[in-house]
Structure formats: structure tokens, C-alpha cells
Ligand binder design. Sequence first.
Ligand code: 6PG
Length: 234
Amino acid sequence: MIEQIFSVKDEHEFLEKTSIHLLNKIHEILETQEFCRLGLSGGSTPKKLYRRLAELHIPWEKMVLIVLDERNVSLSDPHSNYGMIRDELLSMIKIPDEQVVFFDTELGYDSAVLSTEQKLIHLKKERLPLFDHLILGVGADGHIAGIFPETPSPQKGFLTMKTHTDMFDVGERMTATMEALTSCASATLLVNGHEKTRVLNAITGSTGAIEGQNNLPIMEFIAKVPTTVYAVNV
Ligand code: 6PG
């Protein structure tokens, strides 16, 4: 369910409002949890936000950061989500390696997925929900993380899976499943770019949305997770 929607006027306001919102959310979570489990989307929108978060007074030693999806490329490849998060955030903060969960593609495609599956299973056994909060982007087609409209649902119980897209850079993907993503207390959804106007319309229930919108991954997600939306340049 959508908790609030903020349409901001420019990138500066977007970064200020989203970073303050997330700072407050993290401190709120840490009032009741020993660690804050924060899921991180890849893509371009959150890049500057991650760099901004690195400048804030966040107790990183109390954070568990989980990269939600990856492309099947080397971690040093410019298309790597982990690589972007490493460069924009991890390289600027002090956080124990074991508190950062990501698809380690250097292990190979299948092993990267299996290894992350095992780490998420361990987190889920420790406590639910799996995530305290997600920072989520959304594609113009309504995809989230590495889950696309055409992605078949995996068997129940799987927390990670391999997916494929012909629509975006790097076809071979790996991602947390919808079951994993929706095991989440709340989320911040970042919607950036005029090409996302129709998906924002779908999210807000406005006219001029996307055909078959109710089956879009983003719609399934917001139906289950309390989500605050920040939209810019839409
Ligand atoms: C990825 C992301 C993906 C992203 C959306 C939006 O691996 O690309 O995880 O789900 O969040 O595609 O991307 P932008 O923020 O670049 O528009």
C-alpha cells in the first residue's frame, strides 16, 4: 500500500528529501532492532542517494545491507550493481564485510545465486521480516529489482532466482524473488524520469497507465508492502 507520494521539483530536493526520510527510517528501525536490514536497488536513480547516505551520521556497524539484484557481469564491470554500490557507498563507510550481502558474480552465475539464497535463508531464520526497509527503483515497464513483467514466478520458498530481460542492458540477471522482497516492513520507491510517467500513473491509480498494469511486479509489491514514493522528473 502507498503510504505517501512526494513529487519533488528537482534532483537537489529529491536527494535531500529521500536521504532525510531514509535517515529517519533507519533510526526508527534501530529503536527496536539490533541491526537494520536495508535492501538496496541497483540502477542509476539511487546512485547519488547512496553517495549522500554515506555522508550522513548512520551507525553503519548496525546496518545489514543487501543488494537486491545483479547483472551477470564481473563486479568490476560498469554495469555491476554491486560495483556501483561499492563505489558510491561501501568505499566511503565502515561496515563489516559480513554485513553486506550481494550476488558475488565472481563465483559464477549459479553459485552467486545459490550463495545469496543461503545468506537470505540464514537472515530469514534469525527473524522476520527479511527486510526492515527497501530502497527500490522501478523500470518504465514496471519491473523492480531483477523481476520483469515477463518473469515467471519461481516455486514458493525461493528467495533468489535467475531472470532474463531483452529490454535492458545485460540480459542475464539474478534477483531477490517477490517472496523475498515482500518480506519487508516498509519501502521507499524512487521514480525518476519522464519515461516512468505511466508506471507512476499505475502506482497512483491515475488514468493513462500501462495496459495489464495490475500484473506488473511493482503493483504486486506495493499491494503488500507499505511504500513511500518519491518522484522526480516525471
Ligand atoms: C537494475 C535495478 C533495476 C532498477 C530499475 C530502475 O539492476 O537495473 O535494480 O530494477 O531499479 O531498472 O532503474 P533506474 O533507476 O536506472 O531508472
